[in-house]
Design a protein around this ligand. Structure first.
Ligand code: SF4
Length: 689
């Protein structure tokens, strides 16, 4: 049914848009006073979490940046952009195009992500562009691509879960990260796999489900054990294996030696529980297996997600109506942000930058020779680690990201940023990264801009401007357009969102993530368009893989994977595992949510969740101030005793900055395939402050 973009009430104009934060992209209205109200939209069914309800506070916030800053002092746009363009041009001329790097974000609209990638490849000619989605989605994306031939987080609408009998959530704390999502699980028996007793785990158990608590870094072994159960108990779907997949025998050869009792010794999850979960899944007609960051953020995250996909394939779930495998993307545009070219190895439309046909197509849209496009760059961890080093980038442009807080081994990242000749940050607020910048550019935020985002289901949504931006603020697209012109780029950089989207459509045409049939007009008319949507007449694709997977032979791939464990080990000096994650009141690096008074009052400072026995052994009690120390650094936090947590594990939220930054302790060890670092398992000790 068509949805009006704006509705007039007696006193107010309400604009229909979506939440600025997570990938659920709850529907909301924003009025001219920046007041937010939920609206009925399939993913949130009229609900919002506390973050969404309070999002209006970001508009007109007293700390909002409205003037460019050069060396910390207010400056005109002409001066700031002239300085940036001049120094970028000089660096390129003296040291080559890879002397400049670009860092984007998974919260940027599709239009911004697209134009940023084009700007890097065409205006700067650098191969060095990557983004913070490397930290949160790349392992699931790589695992999905190699198993199914295509990566779309949920290959089915969220509302399909409403009918589920069983849902297994691996490393997903949806009750805190996206609370309205939970309403879609109300009919299902839930299994939560997480070392912590999260709010999601408590809800599942209260409703008759199960909570399995593997030791950090052992999820892969657990999945192998469950595959063993499925096969040894005759629960694998032989017809599905034969018709829809290849490679089962190779995967089974690894899993055959992971019998449940062996898995219990490695993971701590009882063999009986492993068997129960597999029997629940096999015994249900409508069943889903969903992974999230807990499975992905490991030095072997791609293999870990693959192990869960192997289990789902063995049970005949992916691509079967009423069942499926999916991954829950986190950032607001976590899906679209990884499809249109801000990733080191990609061109728009989820094309590979090393594919000659893809290069020719995109270069044709951009009006440049394919040979002028740089090749693939490196992932975010490697990119940040190379800044300011001999032969490495000497300038970095940051859009929509705060790596000083969000990147692993944050102290090392800070020192790399300090070694640059030029750091430029575009942000609505002076984030911790912006504080280090030579030039800060004040840009629009969520309710002040037009564009599109793609939610966790692969549905493309319109973000609409509800209010004008404050005087002095420009859009990211205007910034890129102005810099492109100043650098005399050989292709145009439109500043109007719809014009950028039209170009994106053409660039994505024929690619895996084909948006060519999607237009603002169709979205504004209320059509629910999921990619791929290859023509203006095409209805979009809510459900993928029902007939065939995206590999040339139409079959899904089992990939044999072996349990390896975390990149570092615990020892007497660092005897505990630290794992990091989100809490209800905050989002990502907290640049936005730490500025919202209501949210900051709920979670004003960092904490470390600790089992009471572990706290006692460290000489700490509930409410004490502690240091969590790893081989890289230490983070300060207030002890929060949690009897439901494993005694060998502590948990830190990653939203806080300065001495409370969880990433002062995390391990940047990257996955060899995806480049995703190991946020979910590093060796630490706990000590009184
Ligand atoms: Fe919805 Fe996520 Fe926004 Fe909360 S943060 S209101 S769950 S989109």
């Amino acid at each position: 049914m068509p949805v009006a973009a704006r509705t007039e009430t007696e006193s107010e104009t309400e604009t229909e848009t979506h939440c600025p934060y997570c990938a659920l992209q709850c529907g909301m209205t924003v009025d001219s006073g920046a007041r937010v109200r939920p609206r009925r939209f399939p993913t949130n069914a009229g609900g919002l979490c506390q973050k969404g309800w309070t999002a209006g506070e970001l508009v007109g916030h007293p700390e909002r940046l409205v003037t460019p800053l050069v060396d910390g002092s207010p400056a005109s746009w002409d001066r700031a952009l002239g300085l940036v363009a001049g120094r970028l041009a000089r660096l390129r001329a003296e040291h080559g195009p890879d002397s400049v790097a670009v860092f984007g974000g998974g919260g940027l609209t599709n239009e911004k992500a697209y134009l940023l990638g084009k700007f890097a490849r065409v205006a700067l000619g650098t191969s060095l562009v990557d983004y913070n989605g490397r930290f949160c989605m790349s392992s699931a994306a790589a695992a999905g691509t190699r198993a199914f031939g295509l990566d779309r987080g949920l290959p089915f609408p969220v509302t399909d879960l409403d009918e589920a009998e069983v849902v297994v959530l691996v490393g997903a704390n949806v009750a805190e990260t996206m609370p309205p999502f939970v309403s879609h699980l109300s009919e299902a028996r839930q299994v939560v796999i997480d070392p912590r007793e999260t709010a999601t785990a408590r809800q599942a158990v209260a409703a008759g489900g199960l909570h399995l608590r593997p030791a950090p870094g052992t999820d892969l072994a657990l999945a192998l054990g469950m595959l063993h159960v499925a096969v040894s108990e005759g629960l694998a779907d032989a017809v599905y294996l034969d018709r829809r997949s290849v490679g089962f025998e190779e995967a089974w050869r690894v899993a055959a030696s992971w019998w449940p009792e062996r898995v219990e010794r490695v993971t701590g999850v009882a063999a009986a529980d492993q068997r129960s979960v597999v029997r629940m899944l096999a015994g249900a007609r409508r069943r889903y297996l969903l992974t999230a960051r807990g499975a992905e953020q490991h030095a072997h995250g791609v293999d870990t997600v693959t192990a869960w996909i192997n289990l789902a394939l063995a049970l005949g779930m992916p691509g079967t109506p009423g069942s499926g495998f999916g991954t829950l993307t986190g950032q607001g545009n976590g899906q679209g942000g990884r499809e249109h070219g801000q990733k080191a190895d990609q061109l728009p439309g989820y094309r590979r930058i090393d594919d000659p046909a893809a290069r020719a197509h995109v270069a044709g849209v951009w009006g440049v020779p394919a040979s002028s496009l740089p090749g693939p760059g490196c992932g975010a961890v490697e990119l940040l680690g190379s800044l300011g080093r001999p032969g490495g980038p000497r300038a970095l442009l940051v859009f929509g990201s705060n790596p000083v807080v969000s990147a692993p081994d944050a102290a090392a990242v800070r020192s790399r940023l300090a070694a640059l000749d030029l750091l430029v940050v575009a942000d609505p607020f002076v984030s911790e990264t912006a504080r280090m910048a030579d030039v800060v550019l004040p840009v629009t935020q969520w309710a002040e801009e037009e564009g599109t985002v793609t939610n966790l289901e692969g549905r493309v949504l319109r973000r609409r401007r509800a209010l004008p931006p404050p005087p002095g603020v420009r859009t990211d697209l205007e910034v890129l357009s102005a810099l492109g012109a100043a650098l005399e780029a050989p292709s145009a950089f439109p500043s109007e969102p719809e014009a950028v989207f039209e170009e994106l459509r053409a660039a994505s045409a024929g690619g895996p993530a084909d948006y060519s049939g999607i237009s603002y007009a169709r979205l504004d008319a209320g059509e629910a368009l999921y990619w791929p949507c290859p023509s203006a007449e095409h209805p979009g694709t809510p459900r993928l893989f029902l007939d065939r997977f995206a590999h040339p032979d139409g079959r899904a791939r089992f990939i044999p994977v072996e349990h390896v464990g975390p990149a570092e080990r615990t020892d007497p000096e660092f005897p505990l595992w630290a794992t990091t994650g989100r809490v209800l009141a905050h989002y990502q690096s907290g640049t936005q949510t730490r500025r919202v008074a209501e949210l900051a009052s709920v979670e004003p400072e960092s904490f470390v969740e600790v089992h009471p026995d572990t706290a006692r052994l460290a000489g700490l009690g509930d409410g004490a101030r502690a240091r969590v120390v790893s081989r890289r650094g230490a983070a300060r936090a207030v002890v929060r005793c949690a009897p439901g947590l494993r005694a060998d594990t502590v948990f830190l939220p990653f939203h806080f900055a300065g001495e409370q930054a969880a990433n002062l302790v995390t391990n940047p060890a990257p996955d060899p395939v995806s480049g995703m670092p190991e946020f979910k398992a590093c060796a630490v000790r706990l000590e009184p402050e």
